[in-house]
Design a protein around this ligand. Sequence first.
Ligand SMILES: Nc1ncnc2c1ncn2[C@@H]1O[C@H](COP(=O)(O)OP(=O)(O)OP(=O)(O)O)[C@@H](O)[C@H]1O
Length: 793
Amino acid sequence: MAKTKRSKTTGPKQPRKSFSFKTSKRTKIIFGSFLILFSVGLFISFISYFFNWQADQSMLGNVLERGETARNWLSKFGAYISHLLIYKGFGVSIISLPAMLFVTGIYLFLNLKLFKIRSLWFWGAYLILWFSLCFGFFASSNPILGGVVGYEVNDFLQDYIGKLGVILVLIFMLIIYLVTRLNWTPDALSKSFSKQNENVKEEVSEVKFEGHTATEESEAKVTPSESPSSQDEDVEIEHSFSEKSPETPAEKEKIVIRSEDEDDVEMEVETAQDEEESDLLSKKLVEDFGEFDPTLELANYQFPSIELLKDYNSGRGITIDQKELEQNKNKIVDTLKNYKIEIAQIKATVGPTVTLYEIVPEAGIRISKIKNLEDDIALSLSALGIRIIAPIPGKGTIGIEVPNQNPSVVPMRSVVASNKFQNAEMELPIAMGKTISNETYTVDLAKMPHLLMAGATGQGKSVGLNVILTSLLYQKHPAEVKFVLVDPKKVELTLFNKIERHYLAKLPDTEEAIITDNTKVINTLNSLCIEMDNRYDLLKDAMVRNIKEYNTKFKARKLNPENGHKFLPYIILVVDEFADLIMTAGKEVETPIARLAQLARAIGIHLIIATQRPSVNVITGMIKANFPARMAFRVTSKIDSRTILDAGGADQLIGRGDMLFTQGNDLIRLQCAFVDTPEVEKITDFIGSQKAYADAHLLPEYSGEESGIGVDNDIEDRDKLFKDAAEVIITAQQGSASLLQRKLKLGYNRAGRIIDQLEAAGIVGPFEGSKARQVLVPDLLALEELLKKEQNS
Ligand SMILES: Nc1ncnc2c1ncn2[C@@H]1O[C@H](COP(=O)(O)OP(=O)(O)OP(=O)(O)O)[C@@H](O)[C@H]1O
């Protein structure tokens, strides 16, 4: 994952070239043939070494001497390498090395996937070591068998665990091999054991039978009508039985149960095998096909290059005006002096838009006194947008933020190119801009998990939204993230239309993916709620807690797509101008938004809501409570600032992307990155020109509350896909709603309704719990007849 991420993040610099081994096929053929020939040579050397090793022993010290001759069929090289690997190495077991090299060579030569032979290498090496140890133990007098490694390791082990310990280790290693590699289980042993012991069992059951009689008799013994002689007998039998088993009737039952238990154990073993098999199945699938790769359908997708973004500063970075710094410092010191506040120390940090002056007042000065001087300091500096942070959290100093006379733009390019963003180990990384200390600030949208954005008109909201969207376009493959865009202003997000079939999600049967009509928003929001419920069902079925775990499990092929499981992309709902939406649709949007905000975080649906008017009737308590992350551009009043941030400050910003951001705790002042419309256009053009999916990502169908829930057999009221659905069900002979969902791309609710209608029409049987419903019509011909009959009646 990290690997793919890296390749993606460096995408802009056309990294794929460096990563994709363009010449690798040729290299593989050459290297593969080398390995094949080398392994053959090695094998020949080994074989001939066994015949000639003693004769060649003497020349080993002078291998480099040209005059020396060796008897090995591969001469001095053969003699030397065999000596090294067999005598000084692992002994005869190393003979499997050429075989492993040979297979690897073949794989390379034929360009097959090498990961398939990982286990061959692992277990090959394991066996070499095991045999070497084994020979080293049992045939230590013959150095060729176990090699120096076998001998020395044995020697070492014996010093610590003794001979018996070594034998136990060898047995344990063998068991590991048998169980893991050969899937050997004690089951096989117990089966043969049970066969062998059938006769013995019979005898045992006979004994049991005897036992029964015996105890029955012993029960009878408590009846008063017994003769003393029979009592004696009973006692005797009872005693002979009690040696094997307990005396009371309850415990006697236990014996029977125990005898049944033996069967149960076998059955249990079978269940265990089943589990193992399914685990093995996923392992095998992964071995054969590799992990599921969601990006495979658009495998050649190229991430946009960083060159598409403009460098506004063209490498200049922030310019520090010493004179301005000095002047401001003097003004601050003088103003405070006027109010009898002495400063012990002052430090300036220059950011892109504001400079932070951190002051340490002399001992005994009250912080609130400085805080109250905000306006006076602003007046003396004759600057807007001064913000006093008293004290700076975690620092014990007082901060005075003063806007720079010449603020510098933070180009999107600089934040996208930053290491912080490129190497961000985040699910949905966003490069928001730069902090006051000029560091790139990245956040994970998945962790927020929803974002509320406010700012008066012209202060940088739309740019902020574009920054978020472009950040994700630079990091996430179209398979991994989908956007649902709501743009009542109709102009802000239109550029993203070009990437509809890559990155956008929409309702089925709608033309435009970007929603500009407020009434359609309601359907989309409800559809997202259905998607959320469906995803929760999938998560429940997969027994995972969140989308990340789910996708990991799906990639490891542990979830069966036949059961409706699929790779789940993140869905990000962006609403520009939320106030407008609330005005026109009111409660109808508020309820699904609040529901999504409350519940959607675990299943990968995240909301970003922007508004010009952060008044309390727009951002209601319910919405606020579920949007811990807030992004505030300049607003016009203190009240607005409080509504959005629960604190003042946003009214003192200077605009043009100057913003305050909080994720629920500290407020951070940031300069939002700047990305202009032409840049976004270039990016969307670049993505849009590449191969895309057949359609936008389809959200579940939502046909509105009024479309009727009651099920009756009224032909007029049937869903317009009723017949198609019937055909699908009959062809597959499987009455399940999820089948309809998949085949007809329907929402869960609609598919469920159709199934109910099919039941009312007598095409499928009644609900049978987790099983699919029975299909009552055998073929399509019978369906035609049935429908015709209905029409006529
Ligand atoms: N991060 C930024 N850096 C520099 N300039 C910015 C930044 N953000 C916005 N601006 C400037 O402010 C102008 C208005 O920004 P934007 O269109 O994002 O405002 P808005 O808040 O979306 O306004 P409205 O709500 O009316 O659409 C931009 O054209 C740009 O010149």
